[in-house]
Design a protein around this ligand. Structure first.
Ligand code: UTP
Length: 307
């Protein structure tokens, strides 16, 4: 029987080593993009896509994530007394979201993080949404999670989101070997390979942080051996799944933001800031002014000034 996709799993238990020392005591998924923690964008994408039940897989620094989605009576009382209704509304919105939490005891890899969701998911298709990967944060474009669910409703098969990346960057990703040219962005896949050398990579289509999976993935993950980086890789389990049931890849054409990377985080903050009603104007003026100053200070323009 065809089942509806109702559940989402958000792995947020990684060490976040690319963002140390900020991530020593703070989960990177709580790093704010202007005024909203990264994980809140992801939870909102899930809810807008029709997801009803969300499990967050946490590790160290779990408190801040739980606290963010819990009520804070003192704060709410204070805002109410001071008649700060708009701020109270923002706080209430986070409290209204009901999440489940489970702990990954050791960060053994994304595959192991997803395995922690086995009892929560049961025998249903579900989505995995990486806690540090944002898509279309400015509300433009389609919701990728919703797109994957629509694909599943048609194909009844697991579907993994992929995106074209520069060839020299493929070794940071899982990469697919697509079969043929795809059908309106949906590809059949021959193999899924985690972190290939650019010279061995079967394509430049890299796996990004949204997956729709059938529950058969759990049996595979239970016996999955560590792969690249000595971690239990979700990509390896998906490759095995693809040998017994079809796994598709959905090509994403929108904007993706890797918040777990320092440069990615800064770009995300600037782009979101440029759309934020309270800071957009000032930030825009500042960036234009800064651009002029940097241009003036560049050796190239110093040289042409001298000429
Ligand atoms: P990343 O590879 O980006 O996370 O995993 P990381 O290992 O924390 O990052 P670096 O490379 O050390 O900076 C993608 C997502 O999977 C989660 C992470 O929290 C992140 O949201 N993850 C990763 C887990 O939940 N458990 C793991 O064992 C590994």
């Amino acid at each position: 029987m065809q089942k509806k996709v109702r559940k989402a799993v958000i792995p947020a238990a990684g060490l976040g080593t690319r963002f140390l020392p900020a991530t020593k005591a703070l989960a990177k998924e709580m790093l704010p993009i202007v005024d909203k923690p990264t994980i809140q964008f992801i939870v909102e994408e899930a809810l807008k896509s029709g997801i009803e039940d969300i499990l967050v897989v946490t590790g160290k620094s779990k408190r801040s994530i739980e606290d963010h989605f819990d009520s804070n009576f003192e704060l709410e009382y204070n805002l109410e007394q001071k008649k700060k209704t708009e701020l109270l509304k923002l706080v209430d919105e986070t409290t209204a979201i009901n999440l489940h939490f489970i702990r990954q005891s050791h960060p053994r890899g994304l595959g192991d993080a997803v395995l922690q969701a086995k009892a929560f998911v049961g025998n249903e298709p579900f989505v995995v949404m990486l806690g540090d990967d944002l898509m279309n944060i400015n509300g433009e474009g389609d919701l990728l999670t919703k797109q994957l669910i629509e694909d599943f409703d048609r194909t009844h098969a697991s579907t993994i989101a992929v995106m074209q990346v520069p060839h020299e960057e493929v070794s940071s990703y899982g990469v697919i070997a697509p079969i043929g040219e795809g059908d309106h962005g949906l590809y059949s896949v021959e193999t899924f390979v985690e972190k290939p050398n650019p010279e061995d990579a079967p394509s430049d289509l890299a796996i990004i942080g949204r997956y729709l999976l059938t529950p058969e993935i759990f049996n595979i993950l239970e016996t999955q051996k560590p792969g690249a980086g000595n971690e239990i890789q979700l990509t390896d389990a998906i490759d095995t799944l693809n040998k017994t049931q079809r796994v598709f890849a959905r090509k994403f054409e929108g904007n993706r933001y890797d918040v777990g990377d320092k440069y990615g985080y800064m770009k995300t903050s600037i782009e979101y800031g440029l759309k934020h009603p309270q800071v957009a104007g000032d930030l825009r003026r500042y960036i234009i002014q800064l651009g002029k100053e940097l241009e003036g200070a560049s050796p190239k323009s110093a040289k042409s000034d001298a000429e």
